[in-house]
Design a protein around this ligand. Structure first.
Ligand SMILES: C[S@@+](CC[C@H](N)C(=O)[O-])C[C@H]1O[C@@H](n2cnc3c(N)ncnc32)[C@H](O)[C@@H]1O
Length: 257
């Protein structure tokens, strides 16, 4: 007896994995995060499947239903937006399932961070510029641990991807500046990545607050910040990967003179 926890991807129904789609199509019961998962995807469940929206339920209600249906011998899938591992609140569900001796299997999905990078045509790790991406959120009503304050993380000057932070922009900007980021540092904001109304705003640390306000972006947005987001990066010879460099040999390719 187990629950399948499936990543739906960022919005476009074609961005679920093949495995996730197969499980969705086989399921007797589909519970999904209705505020963020595309209804077009959920419509691929079999017609007789019981389809439940989770947004109006508290944790105990959700888990009670899941346990009840599993105990009836039904196949249950829980569909989360993006990849369940990022801000998916899956652990609290799993903790209650374990008390009932119910197992789980997680099927990954395309996180909005990667959908957003794709939408702006960016690579988040650029040789000789940054080899690290920090996935985090700004601190608001939900606290972040003392050692994970944005100004401390930003001291690495790597690429930073901010989830759940669209209403906390003043704080984001001040912490980046406190960490020594220049106002010119590129930022790309993607709202509703891969949905038909996807909005891309390219700006800088200095322009971020005004640009978020002028576009009315207050939710469902990924903020990607750092020099990897420089729209001119493709023209900069100094940041070419060694992997494909003519003089660089590795296990699969000998150097070409
Ligand atoms: C509760 S978290 C879930 C993240 C999800 N598990 C993922 O991997 O993308 C919701 C936040 O993810 C981001 N997000 C989710 N879907 C998005 C999309 N299609 N476009 C941009 N940001 C998105 C936003 O920052 C939003 O506030």
């Amino acid at each position: 007896m187990k629950l399948y926890i499936i990543g739906a991807g960022p919005g476009d129904p074609d961005l679920i994995t093949v495995k996730g789609l197969k499980l969705l199509q086989q399921a007797d019961v589909v519970m999904y995060t209705d505020s963020l998962v595309n209804e077009e995807l959920i419509a691929k469940a079999k017609p007789e499947a019981e389809v439940l929206k989770s947004s109006g339920m508290d944790l105990a209600q959700m888990v009670d239903i899941i346990v009840d249906r599993l105990k009836q011998g039904k196949m249950v899938v829980r569909v989360h937006t993006g990849d369940p591992a990022m801000f998916g609140a899956t652990m609290e569900q799993i903790a209650l399932l374990r008390k009932e001796n119910i197992g789980y299997e997680i099927v990954p999905g395309v996180s909005s961070v990667f959908a957003s990078a794709a939408a702006v045509g960016a690579e988040l790790t650029i040789p000789d510029l940054t080899q690290t991406v920090i996935l985090t959120r700004a601190e608001g009503r939900t606290p972040v641990p003392e050692l994970e304050k944005l100004r401390d993380l930003a001291a690495h000057h790597c690429t930073i991807a901010l989830f759940l932070s669209a209403t906390l922009i003043k704080k984001v900007v001040s912490e980046l500046v406190e960490a020594g980021w220049s106002e010119e540092t590129p930022v790309a904001v993607v709202q509703r990545a891969t949905w038909p109304d996807q909005l891309i705003v390219r700006t800088t640390v200095g322009g971020l607050e005004a640009d978020m306000r002028s576009h009315g972006i207050r939710s469902h947005a990924m903020i990607l910040a750092g020099w990897a987001l420089d729209p001119e990066i493709h023209g900069k010879e100094e940041y070419r990967s060694k992997l494909y460099d003519k003089s660089f040999t590795h296990r699969f390719r000998r150097g070409v003179k």
